[in-house]
Design a protein around this ligand. Structure first.
Ligand code: FAD
Length: 636
């Protein structure tokens, strides 16, 4: 086994087989990401690819065995992550059809819906939409305006878009291909509003014409994802039968009464949304894959292209410049760290979605991790793709070299499947309590009402832990200014842990102080919102380091382990370096130690420079994705 094979085996983990199957498909002629097709042709190509994958059975891996799937949630995410090496419109089209639409039917529906639709969805014989967002409301789903009013006499729901702001917007698969939609609407039964529920509404007939009462519009040109047909949908007295309601968590009975086993409407709403978390986890993985593609291109370029050099000597490889190393190697280290953290996230997702009985605590932990990691991974992709584009100079700007599509197509990863800033607030809220069931409100701004009560107890319990951590941190770098201890993994973990605990403490104190002084909880939260978001961000840094450190520990290849160990230190210390002002403000790093952190990052970059090629080779970016870069020097 070559070192690159060994590294790839470590990264691919137990799902290597499905990852290699997807890589092989992407390497086949005609399956590489398209570079410059007119929009309608791109959409047609994406649909044809998606159908091919569906007919081959590759899109039902996560569905139950009885509906032609394999019941392998983790493996289905591994396949999706790998598909992100290719055309990202195809990825998102698949995400909408098999993940979002299929996921809503699977997780919110019951046996009758599964029997009727799941096979057809998995084979793309029933193209569908996930119609949640409206023009006036995206992040705030509880405020949606679409209504589904039960007409007991007819035994039907009447679906309506009351005003232009309530039309469904940005909906994937709507503009061209969708035949049905899982529509999220305010359910009204017997005149009583029951909150947001999902129901299946047919959109088009067999010839592709919108059905009576359904108005569909194309969203038009977008920043990227040209191959996905996003559209707007409005409903005018559209009638669907009673069993169109996806009724796993709430039913309308034959006698016209509403019933839900979850009495608290807010809790019910969040339980329903919680079942749809797979899309968020998938986009997190796709963000990491996109970062790998960008780094693969930029590092290979840097190992082939020479510019300038000492007087009279040869020109020097870009990779030998310190600034170039600093642009690429910390991003490479972070990508590895996120990869290992994503592995943990997917393992938890698989566990939660395949176990019979999962405690609420486990579901909440999954939700927190998915929210935090998705936000950080998608922001990381955006930054990394830009750095890598610049690192390739003018060649990086040519569409043929993929950065244009990578930038444009991944940009929206920071927004859909939950806006990142909103997600970090959700993660912070979960971190601040273990008693979610007692909340009145869970929307990010309503969190303040909760902070007034429960959090305080939780924080008091944490105080003991904090004292220990404070002590450790104070002694963190005893008496030495050379920063040698910074390479100690325990020291790195303590630094990140101390920061996370300290920020969380600070947030709780400020919230409690504000509320105790009689101010409106909403106003108090507004004042602390940036602090709340930092708490979640700091927590993700720690989670990533923990996952990375554990991966180094389990690497039993004696050649690879020291490389991964250095890479892990580079991740940790580049986070410390980025926050060194904060650490100094809080008396946790002296000026000398802060400088030592900068020196250590430089030294690690130099030490890892010989392994840069190996580290991107381990990603296993399939050949067409690389050879689609003929203007970059390595791609002969
Ligand atoms: C290409 C594309 C495809 C999509 N596909 C689908 C789909 O198939 N189905 C579907 O249902 N939806 C889809 N969406 C919609 C997407 O999920 C929403 O755009 C997203 O949830 C954000 O909602 P919004 O656009 O209303 O933004 P807003 O919620 O209005 O957010 C705008 C800004 O305000 C900030 N903000 C909002 N609330 C707060 C707060 N409480 N505190 C601080 N800041 C806040 C956000 O951080 C953000 O920067 C798609 C969108 C796009 C662009």
């Amino acid at each position: 086994m070559t070192p690159a094979d060994s590294l790839r085996a470590l990264l691919d983990g137990p799902d290597a087989e499905i990852r290699n199957t997807v890589r092989a498909w992407l390497s086949e002629p005609g399956n590489a990401a398209v570079v410059d097709l007119p929009r309608e042709q791109h959409r047609a190509q994406v649909l044809a690819w998606a159908k091919e994958l569906a007919q081959a059975g590759g899109t039902a891996i996560g569905y139950p065995v009885e509906y032609g799937g394999e019941g392998e949630v983790g493996r289905s995410i591994a396949a999706f992550e790998t598909l992100a090496f290719g055309d990202l419109s195809l990825l998102v089209k698949c995400g909408v059809q098999f993940g979002l639409f299929g996921g809503a039917v699977l997780h919110l529906g019951t046996a009758k819906h599964h029997q009727r639709h799941l096979r057809a969805i998995a084979r793309l014989e029933l193209p569908g939409c996930f119609a949640m967002t409206e023009t006036d409301h995206g992040s705030n789903v509880q405020a949606l305006g679409t209504t589904a009013t039960y007409d007991h006499e007819a035994g039907e729901f009447v679906v309506n878009t009351p005003d232009a702001g309530a039309r469904k917007d940005y909906i994937g698969n709507a503009a061209r291909d969708g035949r049905m939609a899982a529509v999220f609407a305010q359910l009204i039964v017997g005149g009583e509003a029951r909150g947001v529920h999902a129901l299946l509404v047919p959109l088009r007939d067999d010839d592709g014409n919108p059905l009576r009462g359904v108005e569909i519009e194309d969203c038009g040109p977008k920043l990227g994802l040209d191959g996905v047909d996003n559209g707007r949908i409005a409903f005018h007295d559209v009638r669907v039968p009673r069993d169109a309601l996806l009724d796993r968590y709430a039913q309308v009975r034959e006698d016209g009464t509403y019933f839900s086993p979850i009495e608290n409407p807010t809790k019910r709403f969040f339980v329903m949304l919680g079942t749809l978390i797979q899309g968020r986890v998938s986009i997190c993985g796709a963000s990491i894959t996109a970062s790998k593609v960008a780094l693969d291109l930029a590092v290979r370029h840097a190992l082939a292209r020479r510019q300038f050099g000492p007087p009279g000597g040869d020109e020097v490889l870009l990779m030998d410049y310190r600034t170039h190393q600093r642009r690429l190697l910390p991003a490479l280290a972070t990508t590895y760290g996120l990869h290992f953290a994503q592995e943990r996230l997917v393992a938890r997702l698989h566990e939660v979605f395949t176990a019979d009985d999962v405690p609420d605590r486990k579901r909440r932990e999954l939700e927190t991790l998915a929210a935090g990691l998705k936000a950080v991974a998608s922001w990381h992709a955006t930054e990394t793709i830009q750095s890598c584009r610049e690192a390739c100079g003018g060649a990086g700007y040519l569409r043929v070299n993929r950065f244009a599509a990578l930038k444009a197509d991944t940009d929206v990863f920071t927004t859909f499947e939950g806006d990142n800033t909103v997600l970090l607030q959700l993660a912070a809220k979960n971190l601040l309590t273990d008693h979610r069931d007692q909340f009145g409100e869970l929307d990010p701004l309503g969190v303040a009402t909760f902070f007034a009560g429960q959090v305080i107890g939780t924080i008091a319990e944490r105080t003991a832990v904090r004292k220990v951590l404070t002590g450790l941190a104070a002694d963190l770098l005893p008496g030495r200014d050379d920063g040698g201890e910074l390479l100690d993994r325990e020291v790195q973990l303590r630094l990140l842990r101390w920061r996370q605990e300290h920020i969380l403490q600070g947030v709780a104190r400020r919230l409690k102080g504000g509320i105790d002084s009689g101010r409106e909880p909403f106003d108090v939260l507004l004042d602390c919102q940036d602090h709340v978001v930092s708490a979640a961000r700091a927590w993700v840094d720690l989670v990533v380091l923990e996952a990375f450190a554990a991966a180094v520990e389990r690497c039993d290849d004696p050649g690879l382990r020291p490389i991964l160990d250095r890479l892990c230190s580079l991740y940790a210390l580049s986070r410390v370096e980025a926050e060194r002002g904060w650490y100094q403000e809080h008396g946790r790093l002296t000026a000398a130690h802060s400088k030592a952190a900068i020196k250590a990052v430089n030294a690690l970059c130099a030490a890892l420079r010989p392994d840069a090629g190996l580290l991107v080779e381990g990603f296993g970016v399939p050949a067409p994705a690389q050879s689609a870069a003929p203007a970059l020097e390595h791609a002969a």
